[in-house]
Design a protein around this ligand. Sequence first.
Ligand code: 5GP
Ligand code: ZN
Length: 114
Amino acid sequence: MQNCLFCKIAGGEIPSNKAYEDEQVIVFHDISPVAPVHVLIVPKKHLASTNELSEAESGLIAHVFKVAVQVASELGLKENGYRIVNNCGKDGGQTVDHLHFHLLGGRYLDWPPG
Ligand code: 5GP
Ligand code: ZN
């Protein structure tokens, strides 16, 4: 997909520290972690943001959350808890325009966010 960073990571063109991969999603460690555990769950299909989601992706999104729980468990987060975050658009703080979900944990996470 044109010049998209996460498409390149999903395609293996740019290396990443992978935590999980299947035919629908790739999960890799964030290059600039904000918590002891900070991975990105990235659908391989290029969608710019949640704004582009439709009913056709309902199975994909269910899969994202299933993988999130599995990875959270594998990375030791299940007992104490974790947070799954999607940033959408300018006010949401989105910086990479390829749909992704942050999985954060390993410390207490404040609420509300800044
Ligand atoms: P957003 O701000 O769009 O919600 O999240 C983008 C995330 O991608 C940020 O947390 C940022 O640190 C991460 N990121 C940006 N470039 C790279 C990269 O090249 N490799 C990895 N592993 N993470 C990246
Ligand atoms: Zn992309």
